[in-house]
Design a protein around this ligand. Structure first.
Ligand code: TZP
Ligand code: MG
Length: 226
């Protein structure tokens, strides 16, 4: 059910995104397998260079793998592949197909995430029915081509206070700066290069999840929420 899947995006969680060009010679499939074995529960397939045919084949495999591990599978940009492989959702940007058209194409059960970079885009995302938003880039990143300037903490603070839908922080987030983002109220954190580019992916994910879990325990206990 979509509501259950969306709950993962509202909680302290690591949202991992593929990038084969940054994966030290490992394939997307190898990297995804390591992510799944390390306990990652949200994976986005993001691949800008391959053919549609290659992407479809990879997504078919990843769909099966993510189902086996009870992991949410989101596909960046390629909404038709998401439909063909029955992914859990898609992630689109401000210059991709309009969200309303993507909703018409995919239907209500699919998760649709939208990248946002400003308060205006945040409100717009709510209005047009995004299920979650990306908030970023928080820090400078070299992973995405044509990326806009970092939005910094100013927009993150707005999202923390004003978003009524789950949001995922992204852009230049690493094991060693993730606490700065958590301190401001972020919960779900997306990382690309920090995970796929790690020599020891499992070790890196364990370190990140340990930090997230410690943070959650400390904060939710002190808030009396547990
Ligand atoms: N969208 C905004 S920033 C970004 C995307 C896909 C790239 C983030 O990559 P990294 O390596 O975690 O900085
Ligand atoms: Mg896009």
């Amino acid at each position: 059910m979509k509501a259950e899947k969306l709950r993962l995006l509202k909680e302290y969680n690591l949202y991992c995104i593929t990038a084969e060009n940054l994966s030290r010679g490992r394939s997307n499939i190898e990297v995804v397998e390591k992510m799944l074995k390390s306990g990652v529960k949200i994976i986005q397939y993001r691949e800008k260079k391959k053919t549609l045919r290659e992407k479809l084949l990879e997504c078919e495999k990843i769909r099966q793998m993510t189902l086996d591990y009870g992991c949410i599978f989101i596909i960046n940009d390629n909404i038709e592949i998401a439909k063909m492989v029955l992914a859990d959702g898609v992630h689109i940007g401000q210059d991709d197909y309009p969200l309303e058209r993507v909703r018409d194409f995919l239907g209500e059960e699919y998760i649709i995430g939208l990248s946002t970079h400003s308060r205006t885009q945040l409100y717009d995302a709510h209005k047009i029915g995004a299920d979650y938003i990306g908030v970023g880039p928080i820090f400078k990143t070299f992973t995405k081509e044509d990326v806009c300037d970092p939005v910094g903490f100013e927009y993150l603070d707005i999202a923390v206070k004003e978003s009524k839908i789950p949001f995922v922080t992204i852009g230049g987030i690493k094991e060693n700066n993730m606490e700065d983002v958590l301190k401001r109220g972020a919960k779900c954190i997306a990382m690309v290069s920090e995970v796929v580019g790690a020599e020891d992916i499992k070790g890196k994910i364990k370190a990140i999840l340990d930090k997230l879990n410690n943070w959650r325990d400390k904060n939710e206990n002190s808030n009396g929420l547990c």
